[in-house]
Design a protein around this ligand. Structure first.
Ligand code: NDP
Ligand code: HSE
Length: 437
């Protein structure tokens, strides 16, 4: 079985290592030896890890994909990765890729090409690195009905939020630490603005709901607007702030069933399993009708962990070739409409400073009632350590923390706008979604 690897960076090097050092075991598991026939890179003159045989390096990726039975794409980016995968498929090769950005942007083209050619296109490593989640959702849970998927699928942002929570760092300091440890890229935009998580959310939603969901369908908000104060208040109210990728069944205003997919920071109750996911770890929490709640946890990034998922796919697709045929594929038969962000229903926590005099709380509560948003709890907090302390202590200003029952994003936005317009409201400090309760 001829295997070509496209890319020899963080992940590619470890894929080559596993293919080389575990060759005998892999051959036994597949039923045929896996022969590494080439490793495509941009620059063949760069010194590589000694595990990579320099004789296998080539800058001719186009040629390499035509002489392999299994092509592993770990170069990243949209082009030339997309063109190379299509070329590999045209030549009858099975493809394994870790490229979530490409799958979220143009997965359907690639799936259709693989279908037409009758070859496998596997991508376990594209979502949450080492964690087996694509296969469980596509295969193990295919007899069930998934209601909701909540994921911490970006290690960099989880690390950053964890550092802010445990060490009181501000966002910038925590991002710098993540960069120093190699979690965040020199340009951390894809992580901190939620693009990486959104790509993974699109892939998970497509699989879970048998519906095509692309990156453009995902309502996305990163962590850059969060402050150390938000993180500290989360703890005070018994929550942990996490960047969540959420894919769930929902309903349009007219009751039409659909799916809603979003990425945003959320307050997770400290007792929820996702709250305990620390550092750069990932976890995906699945709620299915028959199975109930399941959580998949592990390393979502890094060369060796990601290579583990890639090799799992390589062995699977190679086995299929040995036995003849191909493995289970994505289906989009349900073809559910993707619902707009405004249709999302969740709970909210709002923090605001108001003038402390009789009737103020009633005015605020009335606005929520007008918008059909039900209050779950109101707390007038003791004074924090901010600049308003004196005013608060003098009894002029009160800080309210209002938690709502589930409401639509549309109703909540209207509520916040009206509250901001009240004379008695000094400022709305933050509005955060509460998930997982
Ligand atoms: P790197 O940037 O470390 O490596 C990319 C490799 O691809 C390099 O060897 C580079 O060659 C090669 N390459 C890039 N463009 C071309 C090209 N046009 N022609 C030939 N070779 C090319 O990336 P990673 O290993 O970190 O990531 C690879 C993929 O895995 C991405 O899709 C990423 O999203 C995904 N992934 C990564 C994870 C991680 O933890 N790093 C986790 C999960 C998924 P050269 O060395 O010559 O520059
Ligand atoms: N940048 C990603 C992360 C790598 O931080 O999780 C894995 O996709």
């Amino acid at each position: 079985m001829r295997v070509a690897v496209l890319g020899c960076g963080v992940v590619g090097t470890q894929v080559v290592r596993l293919l080389t050092t575990q060759a005998d075991d892999l051959a036994a598991r597949v039923g045929a030896p896996l022969q590494l026939v080439g490793v495509a890179v941009r620059d063949t003159s760069v010194e590589r890890d000694p595990v990579v045989d320099p004789a296998l390096l080539t800058a001719d990726a186009e040629g390499l994909v035509t002489r392999a039975d299994v092509v592993v794409e770990v170069m990243g980016g949209i082009e030339p990765a997309r063109g190379l995968i299509l070329r590999a498929i045209e030549h009858g090769a099975a493809v394994v890729t870790a490229n979530k950005a490409l799958l979220a942007q143009d997965g359907p083209t690639l799936y259709a090409a693989a279908d037409a050619a009758g070859v496998d296109l596997y991508f376990e490593a594209a979502v949450a690195g080492a964690i087996p989640i694509v296969r469980p959702v596509r295969e193990s849970l295919v007899g069930d009905r998934i209601r909701r998927v909540l994921g911490i699928v970006n290690g960099t942002t989880n690390y950053v939020l964890d550092k802010m929570a445990t060490e009181g760092l501000d966002l910038e300091q925590a991002v710098k630490e993540a960069q120093a440890l190699g979690y965040a890229e020199a340009d951390p935009t894809a992580d901190v603005e939620g693009y990486d998580a959104a790509a993974k959310a699109a892939i998970l939603a497509s699989l879970a709901f048998h519906t095509r969901v692309s990156l453009d369908d995902v309502d996305r908000e990163g962590i850059t607007a969060l402050t150390a104060d938000d993180v500290a208040w989360a703890a005070r109210t018994g929550h942990v702030l996490k960047l969540l990728a959420i894919a769930e069944r929902g309903e349009a205003e007219d009751g039409t069933p659909g799916v809603q997919v979003r990425v945003h920071p959320a307050l997770v109750p400290a007792s929820h399993p996702l709250a305990g996911v620390r550092g750069a770890f990932n976890a995906v929490f699945v709620e299915a009708e028959a199975a109930g709640e399941l959580m998949f946890y592990g390393r979502g990034a890094g060369g060796a962990p990601t290579a583990s998922a890639v090799l799992g796919d390589v062995v699977s697709v190679a086995r299929h070739r040995v036995l003849g045929g191909r493995g289970p594929v994505e289906s989009s038969y349900a073809d559910l409409p993707v619902l707009p962000a405004e249709a999302a229903r969740t709970r909210y926590q709002m923090r605001l400073d108001v003038v402390d005099r009789p009737g103020v709380l009633a005015q605020v509560a009335a606005v929520l009632a007008e918008h059909g948003v039900s209050i779950e709890a109101v707390r007038q907090t003791p004074v924090g350590d901010d600049a308003l302390e004196n005013a608060l202590a003098a009894g002029e200003i009160a800080r309210l923390v209002i938690t709502t029952h589930a409401a639509t994003e549309r109703a909540l936005r209207g509520t916040v706008e009206s509250i901001e317009g009240l004379d008695v409201v000094r400022r709305v400090i933050s509005v955060l979604r509460v998930e997982g309760a």
